[in-house]
Ligand binder design. Structure first.
Ligand SMILES: [Zn+2]
Length: 343
């Protein structure tokens, strides 16, 4: 037995006994979690906006040491430090080959990572091993690659971000902040972050934001246009998933510009005629994190970026409920959960 985070209903996360995961299919691996964390998307079911039908083990961001692999696993070995995505993928099907592993023909959701051990399906396709077991100080940044940084990176990539672009980021949650960092890494000089919170504005600036817009709605759009020769940004990263944030993104993009949208949509509907006349490119969805992992791991090991700064609260795994509360009440941007030594 082990103990892990289980959601029972709105604002009711318990740290309780669960069966230890084991190899079910011969393509699985079981990993010992080094650190896990709470995702912004975990807050949708936590707040009851996305109801759950039964007690649900939580967590889909993970890194750790391989404990055991099934007989069909060839490249991943016990003892390796690995990072994987929230969607397991075979990394061999036609969809994976074109770089959309999060739409893999054999994809499976990975869940229950807020626990000391985790089963990862399709281990060879899903997990990426680092050359060496990383030092403790690199773990937060490597953990961030599992979802939040990979998602911010996809938002920027999908929004066609390149050197010389003017980029606007809608949303100052962890994904939006790492979208800022991604744009900076991609060589962008002008990055406009939309945020009303002093601590998040500060981190946005540290990550590379050059301008902060505090207005929202029509005023927010007007402010972005003021900053972009009256036409809107070349690339806009939508990192929230509400009707308001999506319209903010569409209306802040210049004609011919690009939107990368990665906030999981909740109640978003778009008017066809309005979209037609907006003249924008829209590309989004669940981030194909697996595509980016090798490059992002190298950037972290080379000391080029430190996405782990997005964790402003670190707790032992058994205090996971407080980790959710702090994010729900916006006292924390993102909570890291130490798993080492937890039974
Ligand atoms: Zn595939």
């Amino acid at each position: 037995m082990m103990r892990g985070a289980v959601l029972y209903g709105p604002r009711d996360v318990r740290f309780e006994k669960r069966d230890e995961p084991k190899i079910i299919k011969q393509t699985d691996a079981v990993i010992r979690i080094s650190s896990a964390c709470v995702c912004g998307s975990d807050l949708w079911p936590y707040r009851g906006i996305q109801p759950i039908e039964q007690p649900t083990p939580m967590g889909h961001e993970y890194c750790g040491i391989v404990e055991e692999v099934g007989r069909a696993v060839k490249s991943i070995k016990p003892g390796q430090f690995v990072i994987g995505s929230f969607f397991a993928s075979d990394n061999t099907c036609p969809t994976c080959h074109i770089g959309y592993q999060s739409s893999c023909q054999h994809r499976e959701l990975v869940g229950g990572a807020q626990a000391p051990f985790l089963r990862v399906p399709l281990a060879d396709g899903t997990l990426v091993a680092t050359h060496d077991v990383p030092s403790q100080d690199l773990i937060p940044s490597l953990l961030a690659l599992s979802d939040v940084m990979g998602t911010g990176w996809f938002a920027a990539d999908a929004a066609n971000v390149k050197p010389g672009s003017t980029v606007a980021v809608v949303g100052d949650g962890a994904v939006g902040l790492l979208g800022v960092l991604s744009a900076k890494q991609m060589g962008v000089e002008r990055i406009i972050a939309m945020s009303r919170h002093a601590s998040r504005q500060k981190l946005a600036r540290e990550f590379g934001a050059t301008d902060i817009v505090t207005e929202r709605g029509d005023e927010g759009v007007a402010r972005i246009k003021e900053l972009t020769k009256g036409i809107g940004a070349d690339s806009v990263l939508e990192c929230v998933g509400t009707q308001e944030s999506m319209m903010q993104a569409i209306n802040s993009t210049r004609p011919g510009g690009y939107i990368g949208y990665v906030g999981v949509p909740h109640g978003v509907s778009l008017d066809g005629e309005q979209l037609f006349f907006s003249h924008v490119h829209l590309h989004g969805g669940p981030a194909p994190v697996r595509r980016y992992l090798p490059d992002l791991i190298k950037l972290v090991f080379d000391g080029k970026m430190n996405p782990g700064k997005v964790f402003d609260l670190a707790l032992p795994l058994d205090q996971v409920a407080e980790g959710y509360r702090a994010m729900d009440e916006r006292r924390a941007i993102k909570t890291l959960l130490h798993a080492n030594g937890t039974k």
